[in-house]
Design a binder for this molecule. Sequence first.
Ligand SMILES: [Cu+2]
Length: 251
Amino acid sequence: MNRSSTHRSLRSLLLSVGAVGLLFGLAFGLGLAPDASAGEAKAVAEAAEQVATGDVRGEVRLRKRWRELKDRSEIVVYLEGVPGDPPAPPEAVHRIRQHNKSFSPKVSAVVVGTTVEFPNDDKIFHNVFSMSRSMKFDLGLYKSGTSKSVVATRSGIVDIYCNIHPSMAAKVLVLENKHFAVTGEDGTFAIEGVPAGTYPVVAWQANGDAYRGEVTVSADEVTTLEIEMIAGRAAHEEHTRKDGTPYGRYR
Ligand SMILES: [Cu+2]
C-alpha cells in the first residue's frame, strides 16, 4: 500500500467513524498509519473534522419551441436545504448599478443577510423601490454619483424598479445558502464545496418556469448535471409605480 492510498483509507475511516480520539486508537491499533509522523496524523485528523464536500457542475439547455437557444445566461442554479451555512456575513455587499436608465446586472442572486447597494451612475435622478412580498423598500429619489442600499433579510424573488423610468427593472433572487451559481451565455455552472448529501436542485429563470430536480453530492467528487428548460416569454413585464398608479408618458 503506497503512502497516498494509506492516507486515503485512513481518511475515509476517519470520516466514517467520526470521533477523532477513538479513531486514533483504531488507526494505530490496526496499523494503518505506522509511518505517519505526528504532524501528518494531526493534518489527517483535522481534514476529517472538516465537512466532506464535493462539487456540482453542469449545463443548462434552453429551448423555445423546438429551437435550442444560444444565450443561456442569467439562470440561477441553486441547492435547497444544505445544512451548516450561516447567513451572509455583515460585510457581504452586492452591487446593482443604475446606468443608461437600466439596472446592471438585471438578474442576480444573493444570500440572506447580504447588503444590496444601488449606486446611481447616471447623470439623472432615479428612485429605486420594490413592492415584493419578501422585500418591500423605497430608497427615494437620489442623484448622480450617490448610492443607497438595503439588506436582504428574507429569501424570495425581489422585483426592483425605478419610480421614474418604467423600462428599468431588475430581479434579485434571495437564497437561504451560498450554494448557487448564475449561468453565463454558454449555460454552464459550477457550485463548489457542497457538503456531501442529497439535495433538491432548482434552476430559476426570470421569465418562465423553473426546473426542479434532485442531486446527490459525494465527498471529493464532481456530480454533473444536465438541465433542460423551456424559455419563457422575455416580454417586458407590466408594472406600476410604487403608489400603484401607471407610469406617465415621459421616458
Ligand atoms: Cu430611473
